[in-house]
Design a protein around this ligand. Structure first.
Ligand SMILES: Cc1ncc(C[n+]2csc(CCOP(=O)(O)OP(=O)(O)O)c2C)c(N)n1
Ligand SMILES: [Mg+2]
Length: 575
């Protein structure tokens, strides 16, 4: 059997139906094998970055893993952004790069390059993958493929890359007689169950913090836990949508751009049960005093992450979130925390929710009104893929994720141009679901070429362009710290947003404009949102801001715009 045919058969046996990529000389054997195979398709994207991020979207929806391939040299350097993204956000993905023939590869020679488009892929990708290897011995192909996929899918999940020279891809092999990989199971570290139970029993003001780590684990255990324990819950950016937002004591997102009520609640709690979240600075703020005065039960599958954290007041629980929650469930017949705590939570939620925030503090409301329009028009199974910038924070603060909906965005790397490629991968994985890809004008231009795929495959993707004609996230920064000198971010500073209508039409997509005056035109909006796909541009005039936003040195309960001193004091003294 030809080695490239074997690779394709193996991917198929693992449930992979689509492989995203961009063709080039060194990957042609694998592309050809994909094209010849039944039940698995090669999807030619228009940029390797699109392929890599589409593989992430595919992985998240299928809860399996995603695959993207590229040629050597520039093909693989273009995939790097997606690979790094999958690494920081723990998305199981397999990347395959074609490499020059082994007899052309420089190996250890003290020269820069030997073969045309040769690239030391392993060195390049080592810091951003769980496993990176050059497969230059065909007898190890089966072993390497099995090993790479096992590593990608085992905790803590992430990307792997195999760099396969062209001459290896075309060799004849007998897979049955080749070396196979025997899986080793990593041991989890023991944790102190009785201490955890005691802390929960003694807590008066507990709160659950949910992070992206539970994305591939079982969400139903969280629902069961909240049903029984009835404690307040908040999420990190990547945890959004992983708890039911209709839950009575759900407060929203915490962190630098977190909802005010969620940030105050976590500051006032005496116990944080944190599952699948790294508690990084974007969540705690640079001033993390509010996280030091309480106990944190920190549940994570990655022991290194647990042991490397700066906060010392944590009980480390190296476990799957579902296992942890099941164990805690068994330990308690019933549970109830202080009523005064729950009353406080309800008060906070009623008075400091995002709607109140917008009414009270936001001058240019159009961005938030746009997201509220999406809330109105979203259906139970919709998926939101969200880009980077102010658009990401407006969405994370204001979207109400309900029913079976999902919210997907990038947390660690945060590359502009993420949401449309991610929506494309998701669209292939599940053609039944409608996807709204939220993006700013900057991210739209960065990922523009991927728009073609939406019309080419008639994907169920609505691109929601929040066009403030600026790189808004940075303008807010420039207003604060650079005397409003908008270098590179507005038309005066040399940044010019494109004509979205012309771009949409040139990619074969329908285009709809929504201005502030259209927001009450239900007939028009009904028509816009009944479209299967297209670009919907919300035109946002004037300077746009995100509110609330934590300033650098402030504790998490005191985001900007500041509450009057008396009001904040009274609020913090309530429990
Ligand atoms: C690839 C990449 N380059 C630069 C940045 C830095 N950055 C973060 S947000 C942002 C502005 C985003 O502008 P836009 O897409 O229009 O969204 P807005 O903030 O206006 O909603 C920039 C430049 C980034 N995150 N990713
Ligand atoms: Mg913008």
């Amino acid at each position: 059997m030809k080695a490239s045919d074997y690779i394709v058969e193996y991917l198929k046996s693992q449930g992979i139906k689509y492989v995203f990529g961009y063709i080039g000389g060194m990957i042609t054997h694998i592309v050809d094998s994909l094209d010849n195979a039944e039940g698995i398709d090669y999807i030619q994207t228009y940029h390797e970055q699109t392929a890599a991020i589409a593989a992430e979207g595919y992985s998240i929806e299928t809860k399996n893993f995603g695959v993207a391939i590229s040629t050597s040299g520039p093909g693989v350097t273009n995939m790097i952004t997606g690979i790094a993204d999958a690494y920081f956000d723990s998305i199981p993905t397999l990347f395959i790069s074609g490499q020059v023939n082994t007899h052309e590869y420089k190996y250890d020679l003290p020269i820069r390059q030997r073969g045309f488009q040769e690239m030391d892929v392993v060195s390049l990708c080592k810091p951003i993958t769980k496993y990176a290897n050059l497969v230059d011995d065909v007898s190890l192909l089966r072993y390497e493929l099995e090993k790479a996929i096992h590593i990608a899918k085992s905790p803590r999940m992430g990307p792997v890359i195999l760099d396969i020279p062209m001459n290896i891809q075309k060799m004849e092999i007998e897979p049955e007689s080749m070396l196979s990989y025997s899986k080793s199971i990593d041991k989890l570290k023991e944790w102190d169950k009785s201490l955890v139970v005691e802390k929960i029993k003694n807590s008066k003001r507990p709160i659950l913090l949910v992070g992206g780590g539970i994305r591939y684990d079982k969400k139903k255990e969280v629902i069961k836990f909240l049903d029984k324990f009835q404690i307040p819950v908040v999420n990190s950016l990547l945890g959004k949508g992983l708890v039911d937002e209709d839950y009575h004591y759900y407060l929203g997102m915490i962190g630098s751009y977190g909802n005010r009520c969620a940030n105050i609640a976590i500051a006032k709690s005496d116990l944080i049960i944190c599952i699948g979240s790294r508690l990084d600075t974007r969540q705690t703020g640079a001033n993390f005093s509010c996280f030091e005065d309480k106990t944190i039960i920190h549940v994570d599958i990655d022991i290194n992450e647990l042991e490397s954290h700066k906060l010392k007041n944590r009980i480390l629980v190296n476990a799957y979130s579902s296992d942890f929650l099941n164990i805690i469930d068994q330990e308690f017949e019933s549970y109830s925390c202080d009523n005064s705590w729950l009353d406080f939570i309800v008060y906070l939620k009623e008075n400091y929710n995002q709607e109140k925030e917008i009414q009270r503090f936001v001058e240019n409301k159009m961005p938030y009104l746009s997201i509220q329009t999406l809330n109105h028009y979203s259906k139970n199974d919709d998926v939101f893929t969200v880009d980077i910038g102010q658009n990401q924070m407006w969405a994370a603060q204001t979207l109400k994720i309900k029913g079976n909906q999902t919210f997907i965005t990038s947390g660690g790397l945060a590359p502009m141009g993420y949401s449309i490629p991610c929506a494309i991968g998701h669209g292939f994985a599940n053609p039944k679901k409608r996807i709204m890809a939220i993006v700013g004008d900057g991210g739209f231009m960065i990922s523009e070429q991927s728009l073609y795929m939406i019309s080419q495959y008639d994907l169920n993707v609505l691109v929601i362009l929040l066009n403030n004609s600026s790189l808004g996230m940075i303008t807010q920064f420039q207003t604060l710290y650079f005397n409003s000198n908008m270098a590179g971010t507005t038309i005066q500073g040399g940044y010019r947003a494109c004509d979205a209508r012309a771009v949409a039409l040139s990619h074969g997509l329908r285009y709809f404009l929504i201005e502030e005056k259209d927001l009450n035109n239900r007939a028009y909006l009904d028509q816009v949102f009944s479209s299967r796909n297209g670009v919907i541009e919300f035109r946002i005039e004037n300077l746009s801001t995100v509110s609330p936003k934590l300033e650098f040195d402030q504790p998490i309960y005191n985001p900007f715009p500041y509450l009057p001193e008396d009001e904040l004091k009274e609020l913090l003294n309530r429990t």
